[in-house]
Ligand binder design. Structure first.
Ligand SMILES: [Zn+2]
Length: 75
């Protein structure tokens, strides 16, 4: 894949878990596609992905309540 930042070959799509907001308002979205470039090291979401994330955040039916373990990186 061509990287949107450096314009060179080397971008790859990975799936990751992203968290938005904090505390009671926090929403965790799993399986988010992130593009990572092996050439320049940049990691980014496409405009289409960002748009889809906005749609998920606004769709109550897409959100399910689940108990998760949360840790604080305190250093
Ligand atoms: Zn790049």
């Amino acid at each position: 894949m061509i990287c949107a930042y450096c314009g060179k070959e080397g971008a790859e799509m990975h799936r990751t878990t992203e968290a938005y907001g904090k505390g009671e308002k926090m929403l965790v979205i799993e399986n988010v596609p992130v593009i990572r470039c092996r050439t320049c090291g940049e990691a980014y979401l496409t405009a289409e992905t960002l748009h889809h994330i906005e749609a998920i955040r606004n769709d109550a039916k897409a959100i399910q309540r689940r108990e998760v373990n949360v840790a604080l990186y305190a250093a």
